[in-house]
Design a binder for this molecule. Structure first.
Ligand code: 5CA
Ligand code: ZN
Length: 407
């Protein structure tokens, strides 16, 4: 699928630092240590509604990782899916009387526009599941050959008993897994399953639902295996970061990791599993199913998109937080202060600011710490401190390159 236009990223003097990230599967902050080409897969949207601030917060987190790797001299191979056929999309299409393909296309297009406005570096591969159904069926065939699948009626399931590493990503006890599986699209109670946590790989054709011909019979992919297939085929196993919001830790990334492991015999499927916190509104996680949404498109119609980005950057990416209207006001004020400082004829030495921003950002993406470093410099520049005529341009380039705030 078409991706979106890349923002320009100014290069900065000196060397970037190695990126450290909190890896859910290691339960701690670790060096990412990628090769010359860092490989990252970030789970994309299910396009049945517009991009909300929670999505934006998650995609911003991985955009920051992308930028820090580039600053350290890596190339980045970035892949993302769009879940352009799945139950919630089909249900919404049905309710609103819109063709599901049209609904998906319209929301994906809005998402592209939102991401571009927020200066998110686009994926190199932006892949709709409907483009790769044959590849998904092929991967399920591999799992079948390993004896890891079985059928319930005409549907194909993955047998959790065939996955020796199951549980390694989330570390959750089985009770918690069962709860989350039921909440997040799973079917623990379906009769005929061997284990309640066995998950759907291939959903056989149902009347009125889209389906594709395959050696498994006509049907469509289950959710987790779509991402496993796309990540494996585009990046190869052992890629550096598998990312998404913390609601994907279980079941999505847990089950995907086991699929990758059993299909290839290689472990880990991803070297690090990295998760952004949940953005809420009025005490609840912002979600399309709850409908308590603040849309990026609505916000950026009324505010500078760079203020929207700054409002998100004010929170550490792993934090769970609540959106309130005053946050866009503070971000707009901060933007004005930075603008004034960058327009100063001179300012205090910029190199310590660059160093500090690099330090904060490579330490598990401490964006609030990076903002504080620029705030401090900006206050001093506006107060007339320092006589370095090159400093405003260098701090501006730092904010642009590493934080994606272009002024
Ligand atoms: N298509 C699947 C992933 S394969 C999916 O989860 N789609 S989604 O549209 O529901 O979410 C897209 C991304 O935004 C996911 O990474 C998800 O973890 C993240 N996300 C969803 N809601 C929130 C929220 N309230 N706060 C932060 N991130 C969120
Ligand atoms: Zn995914």
């Amino acid at each position: 699928m078409r991706s979106w236009s890349a923002p320009e990223i100014p290069s900065l003097p000196g060397a970037g630092l190695p990126l450290r990230l909190y890896d859910t599967s290691a339960r701690g902050v670790r060096d990412t240590s990628p090769g010359p080409k860092a490989r990252m897969y970030v789970c994309g949207i299910t396009p049945y509604d517009a991009t909300h601030l929670g999505h934006a917060n998650t995609y911003l987190a991985f955009d920051l990782a992308n930028r820090m790797w580039r600053d350290a001299g890596h190339e980045v191979h970035f892949t993302q899916n769009a879940t352009d056929v799945d139950d919630p999309l089909l249900e919404r299409a049905e309710q609103t009387g819109v063709d599901w393909r049209e609904l998906a296309e319209r929301e994906i297009e809005l998402y592209r526009t939102d991401m571009e406005a927020l200066r998110i570096v686009p994926p190199d591969d932006y892949v709709g599941v409907t483009e790769v159904v044959g590849q998904v069926a092929e991967l399920i065939g591999r799992l079948k050959d390993k004896g890891a699948t079985y059928q319930v009626d005409d549907d194909v399931y993955f047998s959790v008993a065939a996955a020796p590493k199951f549980g390694a990503v989330s570390g959750y006890p089985e009770e918690r897994m069962l709860e989350l599986f039921a909440e997040r699209g799973g079917d623990p109670e379906r009769p005929g399953k061997r284990h309640p946590l066995d998950w759907l790989l291939w959903r056989a054709e149902r009347p009125g639902e889209p389906s594709w011909a395959s050696p498994l019979g006509p049907g469509r992919p289950g959710w987790h295996v779509e991402c496993t297939t796309i990540a494996l085929n585009r990046l190869g196993s052992g890629f550096d970061v598998s990312g998404g919001g913390s609601d994907l830790i279980f079941p999505h990334h847990e089950m995907g990791a086991s699929e990758g492991h059993v299909a290839t015999g290689e472990w880990p499927f991803a070297k690090a599993y990295v998760h952004a916190g949940m953005v809420g509104l009025d005490g609840e996680k912002m979600s399309k199913s709850r409908g308590n949404l603040v849309f990026v498109s609505r916000l950026r119609a009324e505010h500078d998109p760079m203020a929207v980005r700054l409002a998100l950057l004010a929170h550490h990416y792993r934090e769970d937080w609540e959106w309130t209207g005053d946050q866009i006001v503070s971000a707009t004020e901060r933007l004005a202060r930075w603008r004034a400082a960058f327009a100063c004829p001179a300012g205090p030495d910029a190199l310590p600011v660059l160093r500090r921003v690099r330090e904060r950002m490579t330490d598990d993406l401490d964006a609030p710490g990076a903002l504080a470093a620029i705030d401090d410099w900006a206050a001093r520049a506006v107060a007339g401190e320092g006589g370095d005529a090159g400093a405003p341009a260098l701090v501006r380039a730092t904010a642009d390159s590493l934080l994606g705030i272009a002024l």
